[in-house]
Every structure is written in C-alpha cells, then in structure tokens.
Design a protein around this ligand. Structure first.
Ligand code: PEP
Ligand code: MG
Length: 589
C-alpha cells in the first residue's frame, strides 16, 4: 500500500476519509459488429425499445431522487430526458446503423465519440462539462440493449465509503448520493460546474476532481483522504498524516457548524441596524443552498448559463422554466435576474460571434442584447412571464449611457403590450434596474437613477474599468485594488446618490463578500450585499460584531487617506480596537 499525495481541483469543501469504493467506468462498446441488411429494421426497433426503456428508467429515477433529495436535485434528469428527445442525435445513430449495417451498441459508441470531440473543442467550461450528461444517457441506452443492465445495485450492508471514479456519471452520482453512504468523492476527470460537482456541493459532500490518473493508483479497500477545501487527495496515509487530517476535519466541521449557526442569526449590526445578505447564483438549483447559508433573496442571477447549457439557442420556454423555478423557490424574497452578460470573451456556442480585438470593451452584455434584439425579446418575455409572483426584478449589465436604458424601456414596453394582447399574465410593475460597473455610469448615476427603479453596483467590473486593470490578467492583478481611493469615491457617490433619490441600491461584486470592503460599503450607507452564498455567514458574523456608528466614523476618516494600503490598514486597526472579534471568522476562510 503506497502512500501517495495528489493535487486536484477542490469543487466541494470539507474533508472526507475512509475506504475506497471504486466505481467502474461505463464503457460503450467500440467493437463493430456487422449485421445483414435484412436485420437493419430489427436493429432500429431494438434501439427504439432501449430508448423507450431508458425514458421509463429516467422518469423513475427522477421520481426517486425527488423523493430522497428534493425537487431541486431532480433537474439532472430533466436534462437527460431532453437529450433523449434530441432528434439530430438519434437521426445520426440510426443513420450509422442503416449505412454501416452495424449493431446499435457500436452506433451509440460512435455517437458518443463524436459528441465528446465536439464538447472538448468548446472553450466554455460549463458547456464542456455537459458532455458527461450525453455519455450518461448513451451508456444507459446501451445497457438497455443488453438483457441485463450493468448499473450498480444498492448494496445490502451500507458501509460508508469514499467514492473514487474515473468520471462519475451525474445520474450515478445522484443515485449513490441518495444511498447516504458517500463520505467524499474523488475523480480523475471533471470540473467545478459538472453536475456531479454541483450535486456534491449542495449536499455538502467533499469532492476533488481533475486528479488525472487516481483510478490507476487505487484499489478497492485502500484508505483515502479527500480534502475538498484544499483540493488534495491522500492515498494510504501513514498514521501521523491520518491524524493530521482527522484534526483538520474536526476543525473544518466545527467551523462549518458555526457558519450554519450564523446563517440562522438575525442580520443586524451590534447596534441593531438591519442589513440584507443576498446571493449571487448561476444555476436555478443553487437557490436552496443559498438560503441555507442565510441569503435573504437572490441579488444576482447570472442568466448566461441558460445559453451555455445547451447546443441550440434556448427557447422562451427554456428561459421561462429557469426563471420561474428560481422565482418560486425564492418566493416571497426578491430575485434580481440579470439579462445576459455575454459577448466579448464569453462567446456563445450557438452563435458565430466575431472575434473582437478588445473584448472587454466590445459588444458585451447590454450592448450584445441591443444588437441581437430577437434574442433579447425572448429573454424579456420569459422574465415577464416568470414575474407573476411579483418578486422578480430585471437587471441590465454594463450600461454606460442613458440612451441604453431608453432603448430597453421601449422594447420592454413593447413586449409587455404583446403579452397583454396574448392575455399572458405578468407583473406590470416589475422593477427595472441597471448595473453600475463602468465609471461612466457611476459618474452619471444621478441621471441614471431617475430613470430606473434600482441600482446594483458590480464592483468586479467597476474596478477593472476604473483602474484599467484586466480582472483576469495575473500580471496586473497587483493593481486590482478595491480600496483604491478612486474606486471608493465612485462607489460612495453612487450609493449616496441612490439613497438621496430613495432608490434601492445593492452591491453584487466581490467587494460585498470581503469583510473589510463590505464594512466600508456599510459605512457608505449600503444595506444590500449580494455575494456567493458561502461568504454570507462570514459577512454576517463581521457585521453582527460591529456598531454601525463606529464603522461610519472610521470610514469617514479613511476617505481622507491617499492610498489603498493606508485605507485598508486604518480600517483594520480602528475596527479591531473597538471590535476585536470583527474579523475572527473571516480569517479562517
Ligand atoms: C461585477 O462586475 O461586479 C459583477 C457582479 O458581474 P460579473 O462578475 O458577472 O461580471
Ligand atoms: Mg460585471
């Protein structure tokens, strides 16, 4: 038993350790078996029966998962059922059987290979990860061609184990997770947006993926440690290392319990000022996880995923399904749906988007939507239809001038009239707001705010454009400074302008998730902080241990300083003197 340490990509935090349970990969037979021309009809019928059987199985699995883990996890099977209805996929498989006079097993394997190649060539990680869903469905059909399905059966004695797999198919992961005996997951393949990773995260099962050849190094029964927080996997550790991880696990579990406790506490400062932690999410199924971390609404739904998730353009129904699911799951709390922020470097697989020399300054976000009005109308119609519960708001990304708001309003009114003519219900008073993430918009926020119902400040882009620092370029990351006086002056101006006009204002960039910068925002008068849900308890903990009056005084003083470093140091010093516990939990993360 050799001791091995491997680094991977931690996609679900926490530590799990125990005996390895190896999940066998599902291979699609690559062996070509020819059939006589007279048997082709038979073979096509055999395929059809297997597809029908697969549909029955998927519907059954969906019901089971819903029963065990709740509605929000059954979505995987909706995606799989959609794949089963993909005519071009099955036309290709039938064509292979007909033209090559080959068995259906081989035709399925050919289709799988072709789709893997197509998906591998896609730059977007979320979209690329969908390839395992296609394999999953094809493997299930192949299993149904044979008399005995090869799917794992629920074992009798339910020993708790660590699941190790080359590439755990999402439906298998969902099934195994319902059995409740998975301590952690480690995989050779995978990315953070694979369905397996998403499921593991929302069920709090530690997971590390992208371990390349782990499955070649382990065998059933080996002892394994999976550290999903640091993205590490240790095989057969000596006693001392095992102990080290046991104590790390105990600390993490305690910390997690503490976080969960904080999530349930009231969102008020020490002197009783109410604030609202909101969640930034990218997938509809993240809503319940967000609320479990203490979110009091969805402050930002990045709707791009709807486009990145499928091979063809999403229909109005696709949009509507996602938005109404979020609106219902979050009801009565508010949901801010941001219209797509695509274009530039985030290209759409379904559309040929011209490569631009300077994508961050190009046809991005609202510019893209106004350029592609047919797509934009589809999205607006779906958002309106999902607004019947009156908790939906529309957020426009990357606005730079008033004319853009005017154009959107015009289109929005047209779409509303169209829906009214069709007697479709929607919230006629649905609030419309803009993101302030370009310095130009910040500077004219006094003008913009009069034309909209609310404002949300996207500090990630605002810093990028204000300081001329590419937010994803590590060479200049040292210049990406949230505490730069210029950034703070702009943000203060926007917040105070909105408050003066009595309009709702939120921050949905990373600055809302960092205890120090969030304190500055609190001092500026902000009360709505939207962030990745896992950071909500940390912010709540910090805010609950400070007095608003102190924060306001310190922030006022900091705004007279000249550099980011001076500002940061002053805030830490002054706040800690008065409230020594303010950053305790924050330092752990
Ligand atoms: C931002 O720019 O701060 C923001 C929240 O939007 P995104 O990170 O999606 O660009
Ligand atoms: Mg942005």
């Amino acid at each position: 038993m050799t001791f091995v340490r491997l680094r991977g990509n931690g996609v679900s935090p926490g530590i799990g350790m125990g005996e390895v349970c190896l999940s066998e990969p599902v291979f699609l037979s690559a062996r070509k078996e020819s059939i006589p021309g007279s048997s082709v009809g038979n073979e096509l019928r055999r395929l059809k029966r297997a597809v029908e059987q697969t549909k029955i199985e998927l519907l059954d699995l969906k019901k089971k998962i819903k029963g065990h883990m709740g509605e929000e996890h059954a979505f995987i099977f909706d995606a799989h059922l959609l794949i089963l209805e993909d005519h071009s996929l099955f036309a290709g498989i039938e064509k292979s059987i007909r033209e090559e006079k080959a068995r259906a097993e081989w035709a399925l394997a050919q289709a799988d290979r072709k789709y893997q190649e197509i998906f591998d060539a896609i730059a977007d990680e979320y979209f690329r990860q969908r390839k395992s869903d296609v394999s999953d469905v094809l493997a299930r059909i192949a299993a149904n061609l044979a008399p005995k399905p090869k799917r794992p059966a629920k074992p009798d004695g339910m020993k708790k184990q660590v699941l190790v797999a080359h590439d755990l198919l999402p439906s298998e992961a969902a099934m195994r997770f319902t059995w409740g005996n998975v301590l952690a997951v480690a995989m050779d393949m995978g990315g953070s947006t694979s369905h397996t990773a998403i499921l593991a995260r929302s069920l709090n099962i530690p997971a590390v993926v992208g371990l390349h050849d782990l499955t070649l190094q382990v065998k059933e029964g080996d002892y394994i440690v999976v550290d999903g927080t640091d993205g590490e996997v240790i095989l057969n550790p000596p006693l001392a290392v095992r102990k080290e991880f046991q104590s790390k696990k105990a600390k993490y579990d305690k910390y997690f319990r503490e976080l969960k406790k904080t999530a349930r506490l009231k969102s008020v400062t020490l002197d009783g000022e109410k604030f609202f932690p909101l969640a930034n999410i990218e997938l509809p199924e993240e809503v319940s996880m967000a609320f479990s971390f203490g979110a009091e609404g969805i402050g930002l739904f990045r709707s791009e995923f709807i486009y990145l998730q499928r091979a063809s353009l999403p229909t109005e129904e696709d949009h509507f399904a996602a938005y109404s699911r979020i609106a219902k799951a979050a009801y009565p709390s508010a949901v801010y749906i941001r219209t797509i922020d695509i274009g530039g470097e985030k290209s759409l697989p379904q559309l040929k988007i011209e490569k631009e020399p300077n994508p961050a300054l190009g046809l991005r976000a609202i510019r893209f939507s106004l350029w592609n009005r047919d797509l934009f109308r589809v999205q607006l119609r779906a958002i309106l239809r999902a607004s019947v519960l009156k908790n939906v708001r529309v957020l426009l990304p990357m606005v730079t001038e008033l004319e853009e708001v005017g154009e959107v309003r015009f289109l929005f009114e047209e779409v509303k009239k169209e829906l009214a003519r069709e007697r479709v219900q929607f919230d006629a008073q649905i609030p419309l707001g803009v993101m302030i993430e370009v310095p130009a918009a910040a500077a004219i926020s006094d003008i913009l705010v009069k034309e909209v119902d609310f404002i949300s400040i996207g500090t990630n882009d605002l810093i990028q454009y204000d300081l001329a620092v590419d937010r994803s370029n590590e060479f200049v990351s040292y210049l990406f400074k949230p505490f730069h006086p210029s950034v703070l002056r702009l943000i203060r101006f926007v917040i105070q302008t909105a408050l003066r006009e009595r309009k709702d204002v939120a921050v949905c960039g990373e600055m809302a998730a960092n205890p120090l910068s969030a304190l500055i925002l609190l001092g500026f008068g902000l009360r709505k902080f939207s962030m990745n849900p896992i950071f909500i308890p940390r912010i709540k903990k910090t805010f609950r241990s400070v007095e608003l009056a102190t924060v306001e005084k310190v922030v006022e003083e900091a705004m007279h300083l000249r550099t980011a470093q001076d500002i940061e140091e002053l805030i830490i010093e002054r706040i800690l003197v008065k409230h020594p516990k303010a950053f305790l939990l924050g330092q752990l993360m």
